[in-house]
Design a protein around this ligand. Structure first.
Ligand code: E4P
Length: 220
C-alpha cells in the first residue's frame, strides 16, 4: 500500500520525506488556503520535495473551467494529478482530461455508485472519504471494501485512495480492505511508528548492553 501525505505544509512534507516512506501528496483547496500561497506556487514547491503523485484540486464550478484549470495544474510538473470533485461537471471534466492523457483523482466520493461512475469516466484515482462518513454515523471502511470489490469484479485500473483517515486503525483497516493508497495527515503518519513495547524493549536492550560494555556505551 502506498502512503500519501494529506497536507500542503512544506515543513511536514520535508520531515516525513526523510523517513523514506512517503509515496505522494494529496492537497485540497482548504489545505492550500491554510498555507497562504497561490496554488501553482505551492504545488511546484511540493513537487520539488516529493517524487510521486501530487494531487492538485480544481476550484472551478463548470466542466469547461475545470478542464482549463486542470490543464494548467497538470503543466506545473509531470507528477501532478488533477483533482476533480464527484459532481456531474467534475465527471465530464474528468473524462475530457482523461481523453487528453491527464491523470485525474476524483474526490469527495461517498458511495460506491459514485466510485463506479468515476472509474467509467477514466479516473486514475478515486478518493472515498472514510472519516467524514464515520462522522455521519456511517461505516466509512465498508465503502472502501465495496469499491475494492467492485473495481476487482470489472478489472478497473482506477486506484482506490482512502482519504479522510484519522487514526492508525483506519490505516490498518484500509490495508486489510485492499486500498491501493492511504492518504494521511502528518500526525497520523507519525503515529504509525509508535508502540510502547518498542520503546520499552529498546530501553532494556541498551541498559543491558551498557551494563557489560560500560566503557563503550551505546545510545547514551
Ligand atoms: C483527501 O484528498 C482530502 O484532502 C482529505 O483526506 C480530507 O480529509 P478530512 O476529512 O480530514 O478533511
Amino acid at each position: 500500500m502506498k502512503f500519501f501525505l494529506d497536507t500542503a505544509n512544506l515543513d511536514e512534507i520535508k520531515r516525513a520525506s526523510t523517513w523514506g516512506i512517503v509515496d505522494g501528496v494529496t492537497t485540497n483547496p482548504s489545505l492550500i488556503a491554510k498555507e497562504g500561497n497561490p496554488i501553482d506556487e505551492q504545488i511546484r514547491r511540493i513537487c520539488d520535495l516529493v517524487d510521486g503523485d501530487i494531487s492538485a484540486e480544481v476550484v472551478a464550478a463548470t466542466h469547461r473551467e475545470m478542464v482549463k484549470e486542470g490543464r494548467r495544474l497538470a503543466a506545473i510538473h509531470k507528477n501532478v494529478v488533477v483533482k476533480c470533485p464527484l459532481t456531474r461537471e467534475g465527471i465530464i471534466a474528468t473524462n475530457e482530461l482523461f481523453n487528453e492523457g491527464h491523470r485525474v483523482n476524483v474526490t469527495l466520493c461517498f458511495s460506491s455508485a459514485q466510485a463506479l461512475i468515476a472509474a467509467k469516466a477514466g479516473a486514475y484515482i478515486i478518493s472515498p472519504f472514510v472519516g467524514r462518513l464515520d462522522d455521519m454515523g456511517q461505516d466509512g471502511m465498508e465503502l472502501i471494501r465495496q469499491i475494492v470489490t467492485i473495481y476487482q469484479n470489472y478489472g478497473y485500473a482506477t486506484r482506490v485512495l482512502a482519504a479522510s483517515l484519522r487514526s492508525t486503525n483506519h490505516v490498518i483497516e484500509c490495508a486489510l480492505a485492499g486500498a491501493h493508497i492511504a492518504t494521511v495527515p502528518f500526525k497520523v503518519l507519525d503515529g504509525l511508528f509508535n508502540h510502547v513495547l518498542t520503546d520499552r524493549g529498546l530501553e532494556q536492550f541498551l541498559a543491558d548492553y551498557n551494563k557489560v560494555f560500560a566503557e563503550t556505551p551505546v545510545g547514551v
